[in-house]
Design a protein. Structure first.
Length: 261
């Protein structure tokens, strides 16, 4: 495990690092998750192994510190991740990022373009959402006020998300979980989708085939984003169908423009 300080208050981000050739690959988890738990199986697969790989836990999540005075906006997450990567000597990384981590990765690439050479987004949030009481995921968490969430709303979320997600969500600071969800639902200005369109690096977006066409896919494709449905999976593509995830991710990382076919 590696660690570095990313805030003025001394808070540290941590990651599991696998040795290999440069440029590095950086794996970034989603809300209430942890990169070693979600990505280790695919990162060591023969089609993806051999590169220096950093399985990073965002601030407030997993192995990393959980400061209560951090705002957990997507921009702050991205800037903290940038400081961690700079400390690790990473430049021009290939970033594979899931869900909220994909949103953070888009912001990272826009704000710190020297750190990112290629993006593989895994069912990432691209647009603002509406807080929805009783819903699962970020929209349900964001429907609580912070005091309400800390006073017991988190227990309702625990009971809704089920034991698998809770196994990593319980490692997330409660302030971190609520603020991260709230800012993810609010999105960025410009939106994550707009930022993604403007990037000039190879970009691939993986989504579950069962979800149907990605809204706005034609515009993304015109902007050079490769939109790729993955069969036999839900939102956690790398866990549900690791073989196809590895195959399609490897193709995206080797094609000059991020295409998979």
């Amino acid at each position: 495990m590696r660690a570095t300080t990313v805030t003025a208050g001394g808070d540290r981000m941590r990651w599991v690092e696998l040795p290999g050739e440069e440029p590095a690959r950086v794996y970034v988890h989603g809300l209430g998750a942890s990169s070693p738990a979600y990505f280790t199986e695919v990162a060591v697969h023969p089609l993806l192994a051999g590169r220096r790989s950093l399985l990073v836990d965002l601030l407030g999540h997993g192995l990393s510190d959980r400061p209560t005075d951090f705002d957990y906006t997507l921009e702050s997450h991205a800037d903290a991740l940038a400081r961690a990567l700079e400390s690790a000597g990473v430049t021009g990384a290939e970033v594979i990022a899931h869900s909220m981590g994909g949103s953070v990765a888009v912001v990272l690439a826009a704000r710190h373009p020297d750190l990112v050479s290629r993006l593989v987004l895994v069912d990432a949030n691209l647009d603002p959402l509406t807080p929805t009481p009783g819903a699962g995921g970020s929209s349900g968490i964001a429907a609580y006020g912070e005091e309400e969430f800390l006073a017991g709303g988190w227990e309702e979320v625990r009971d809704r998300v089920g034991p698998d997600w809770w196994s990593t969500m319980r490692l997330t600071g409660r302030e971190a979980l609520h603020r991260s969800a709230t800012h993810l639902v609010a999105g960025t200005v410009p939106t994550m989708r707009e930022l993604l369109v403007e990037l000039r690096i190879p970009r691939t977006y993986l989504l579950p085939e069962a979800d149907g066409p990605l809204p706005g896919a034609e515009a993304l494709t015109r902007a050079g984003v490769s939109v790729v449905p993955v069969p036999d999976c839900g939102h956690n593509i790398m866990l549900d169908n690791p073989q196809d995830f590895v195959r399609l991710t490897a193709a995206a990382l080797t094609h000059p423009r991020g295409r998979t076919a």
